[in-house]
Design a protein around this ligand. Structure first.
Ligand code: NAD
Length: 383
């Protein structure tokens, strides 16, 4: 993973294509907003053929395919009919969160590799069922966390893993938006029946992945969580759509205190809407150094500025910034390309479920703890 960028310099795409000469047949499940990015990036892969697309809403898949230059693909009214009828190598699950588990499990059970959008699903129980289906199938399941492929995100992990900060014992992470409930394309993000989770799942999963991936994904042990929905349920929030307040049935803010294996604590907060610009930077405290990751206005898994390191050197307290890194390859393209490479080589999933199940356990634990109003112990079965 550390040398991922070098691999791209060698035009991996052409090398892999030459390996088999076979096109990977892909189907798209859910033709909403994010499916556009999947299609655009699959189309950049010469060794991929998008052969089918499915959506529950009549006419939506057809309109989507025409608009995205794939009008010749076969269309289906749901994931099952598509998987049953086609000989697919892989699917992208681009549905709202509430149907992630059923689509992913059905695909895996039918021998199809899966690129599943984030968050992995809604509950820990669903995540466990997904991981069991993956194990039984022997197929590849990768979860769609494209910020993982950002060179600054990789630098963060490199610094922590190098031991430069010593033993990590405290992390503060999260972030969010002052006003940013995602309703530009309707209500699928704000209704419990489709999204299942609000800010907690939508952008909380990114900030959790940033720090958990950096420290090597230790097992979460317990969670004390809080969620609220003061903005989403207020008709005044949506001057053009006051009716959205009636269907808002998820969280727009969440906070939690999480204990991780290795005596590490994680202080978390995430917001789609609040009366503040940011609830703070991400900070990682270690026995030999501290690290600050500047927050961003729109928390979507990106890094807001140079990482800052705090250390004591020769008895002096010093601080220095790590230069921001850039490369010319889009993170979303890397997510798609590495998934296809894994499918072709039967390699390891670029973002494995064995890690993201812990991310999901924390998210589900926060939701459950918030409902109960007390700390809960996380019971994550071995798969
Ligand atoms: N990685 C990213 O940067 C990123 C960005 C935005 C959204 N997402 C994730 O992508 C997912 C989809 O988001 P969106 O904005 O595209 O949602 P959306 O509501 O625009 O589209 C989802 C579509 O899935 C369809 N669908 C649901 N269940 C289905 C099924 N069983 N079979 C076929 N179609 C089905 C719905 O009818 C809908 O058209 C969410 O989980 C979201 O968190 C990821």
């Amino acid at each position: 993973m550390a040398n991922i960028l070098d691999r791209f310099k060698e035009t991996v795409e052409e090398k892999k294509e030459a390996l088999t000469g076979k096109k990977v047949k892909v189907g798209i499940i859910g033709t909403g907003w994010i499916a556009e990015a999947h299609v655009a990036n699959y189309l950049k892969c010469k060794d991929v053929e998008i052969v089918a697309a499915a959506d529950l809403i009549p006419g939506k898949a057809e309109k989507f395919c025409k608009a995205n230059g794939i009008e010749s693909v076969h269309l289906y009214p749901d994931h099952k009919s598509m998987i049953d009828a086609e000989e697919l190598d892989a699917v992208s699950v681009c549905t709202y969160n509430k149907t992630h588990a059923e689509c992913t499990i059905y695909a895996l059970e039918h021998g199809v590799n899966v690129l599943l959008e984030k968050p992995m699903c809604v509950t820990l129980e669903e995540a466990v069922a997904i991981c069991k289906a993956e194990k039984a199938s022997g197929k590849i399941l990768s979860i769609g966390f494209q910020p993982r492929f950002d060179p600054n995100m990789q630098m963060l992990k490199k610094i922590v893993q190098s031991g430069e900060l010593g033993k990590i014992y405290y992390i503060q992470t999260g972030g969010g938006r002052r006003r940013g409930i995602p309703t530009p394309y309707g209500t699928s993000f704000i209704e419990e029946k489709t999204a299942g989770l609000g800010a907690l799942g939508d952008i909380g999963c990114y900030s959790l992945d940033m720090v958990l991936n950096a420290i090597g994904y230790p097992k979460p042990l317990s969670v004390s969580g809080y969620t609220s929905a003061f903005f989403g349920t207020d008709p005044a929030y949506y001057p053009n759509h006051p009716e959205y307040a009636d269907v808002f049935t998820v969280d727009d803010f969440a906070a939690a205190f999480i204990r991780l294996e290795g005596d590490i604590v994680l202080d978390f907060r995430i917001s789609w809407a609040m009366n503040l610009d940011t609830p703070g930077d991400t900070i990682i405290l270690g026995t030999k150094g501290g690290l600050r990751v500047p927050s961003t206005e729109c928390w979507n898994g990106s890094i807001g500025g140079p990482l800052k390191i705090y250390k004591t050197v020769a008895g002096e307290e010093i601080e220095y910034e790590v230069d921001m890194k850039h490369d010319d390859v889009d993170n979303f393209y890397k997510k798609i390309r590495l998934f296809i490479d894994a499918v072709k080589e039967n390699g390891a999933a670029p973002v494995p479920s064995s890690q993201i199940i812990y991310n999901q356990a924390i998210i589900d634990g926060i939701a459950k703890s918030a409902r109960l109003g007390k700390e809960i112990t996380l019971d994550i079965p071995e798969i």
